[in-house]
Design a protein. Structure first.
Length: 267
């Protein structure tokens, strides 16, 4: 089987914890340099997919290929920015230290940073607009600033693929704009980005492709191909609201199974 270089290929992967399968038999191919929104209800497996793509969770079956080679063949090829609540912000490191961590795989854990490492870190801090915060402890920053520190770390890593888990949740407009500015910059450099988001309108307007999940792959394609009524019903059930202006909103408050009331009794 011949492989086109420079792309991410996921072939029939299943991922879970012990006996519990979170994602089942997922297959898709992402062209190099694409910007992909990963969308689905809470608990659909978006974070699980990212952890598998960065090698933090083992596959129960299937395989992941990057540039036609198995995951792990490329040193530091994939950068991962987890959800903010997954990070222990009390860890006593400065912003500069966090960004330098993006260079560790290249330079080895016990080597001293080279001149190039230092330049990359400085440039990454400047590009994300937080050079003035370099010596601040990461825990003292605002949520948006912390996000930008993690974006700078990913930038310093010089990845081929960037995974961002819910970067737009509870950040200010400035940080959202800075994030998209970085995504534009990386796309010019042919870096592939997968970004999970609850904002379906953002997914529809700012991304080349949408990956729609609910424990399995419901659809992968352009936003207009994916965001059709049938796919959205499979992903979100009754919790999806489509407004008259075309805006799509997901009501995350109530799980679909308790919404159907019939003569005063839940079905």
């Amino acid at each position: 089987m011949s492989h086109t270089p420079h792309r991410l290929e996921v072939e029939s992967i299943s991922i879970g914890y012990g006996d519990k399968i979170i994602l089942r038999d997922l297959s898709f191919q992402i062209p190099h340099g694409s910007r992909v929104a990963v969308v689905g209800p809470n608990g659909a497996g978006k974070s699980t997919l990212f952890k598998a793509l960065v090698g933090l969770l083992p596959l129960q079956s299937g395989r992941i290929l990057i540039h036609g080679e198995p995951l792990g063949s490329h040193q530091d090829c994939v950068a991962y920015i987890p959800q903010r609540e997954e990070v222990d912000w009390r860890f006593p490191v400065t912003v500069h230290d966090v960004v330098m961590m993006g260079r560790f795989n290249q330079m080895g854990w016990f080597s001293r940073p080279s001149a190039r490492d230092k330049v990359l870190v400085r440039d990454s801090l400047q590009q994300m607009g937080i050079a003035n915060l370099a010596e601040q402890p990461i825990g003292q920053l605002s949520g948006g600033q912390q996000q930008r520190a993690f974006l700078a770390r990913a930038l310093a890593q010089e990845p081929h693929i960037l995974l961002m888990d819910e970067p737009f949740t509870a950040v200010d407009v400035t940080t959202q704009d800075a994030t998209f500015h970085l995504l534009d910059h990386l796309q010019e450099q042919q870096v592939t980005a997968l970004v999970s988001t609850h904002d379906l309108n953002l997914a529809a307007s700012r991304f080349n492709y949408v990956l729609l999940l609910n424990h399995r792959l419901i659809a992968f394609g352009t936003p207009s191909e994916v965001f059709v009524k049938e796919n959205l019903a499979q992903a979100f059930g009754n919790s999806l609201l489509v407004m008259e202006n075309g805006m799509m909103l997901v009501d995350e408050c109530c799980p679909p199974e308790v919404e159907h009331h019939h003569h005063g009794k839940a079905q």
